[in-house]
Design a protein around this ligand. Sequence first.
Ligand code: F6P
Length: 331
Amino acid sequence: MRRVAIMTAGADAPGMNAAVRAVARSSFGLGYDVLMVQDGYEGLAKGDIEIMNKKTVSGILPLGGSILGSSRSSLAFMEQNIGRMKEALVRNSITTSIIIGDREAVAAAAFLDQHGIPCVVVPSTIDNDIFGTDFSIGFDSAITTISEALDKLHTTASAHHRVMIVEVMGRNTGWLALYGGLAGGADFIAIPEQVVSIDTLAAHLQHRKEEGKDFSIVVVAEGYPVEAHETVPSGRPVAGYSLAEHVASRTSLTTRVTVLGYLQRGGSPTVFDRLLATRLGMAAVDAVREGKSGVVVGEMGQRIILTPLAESAAQLHVIPAEVVLQAKTFY
Ligand code: F6P
């Protein structure tokens, strides 16, 4: 009898619950026992594991966040707790763990795999930076939030003839800024994949004003390297505020800043994310049924593919250069 554990790990993303539901319902359909691990790898180390039934996943499809809870998963934590995790898995007779999580969760799963623990990862992060899938669960919901926010910010920027600098999430890549910015009609999009000088940005915005465009919306990824990149005590970058100060000091433009922050991770998943989560969750159980483990399930060109965990963890899913170039049409 196969006993499958489900957990959500790393940053939460809208659609995680849809994936939990798909994994559970597919597993029930195959007659597997299904166990849920609370709060990701932290819960696994503590042995916070309990049996699931159909009722557990009833009504969770449209819910944001994760009914299982989640936690960040550093490699140091994994090294310190591998023994406790193994004990918890053996004590519960778990044959395979299915982890719904971000790039950190992939790296942590690769660590488990190296220690002989069978696991399969379902890629879930608003950053869309997991290698091995065109889209990760949560990305579409986050760019929808960004686009709707930009629609709102257009009206106030226009009323006051201002440059609104909007900082979005995305530690290592500019997927959120580029796709959210394009959907929301941004007038400039600053991403780590294509760094331009502050002078170039300032000149672009000044030129817009001289052309009679009396406001601008600039979207900047939080990981964008801004000169004199100040950080707050937490060490988190403040790309948006740094950019605004530089633009204001080089032009006669009035700037304001909006940091969308955790709004991008909240709310109910879009239809796209619900369906992606359902497909990827089912694909993870298919991999278990076929006796496969040590992989990230993904969808590329509408085909399910399996990528070895170590291969996925070793690299980022980057924006294709041609997509970055095409986007320049609009700013
Ligand atoms: O990885 C997703 C993400 O939302 C990043 O975009 C962001 O920088 C980070 O998580 C925030 O992490 P935390 O939730 O630990 O503050």
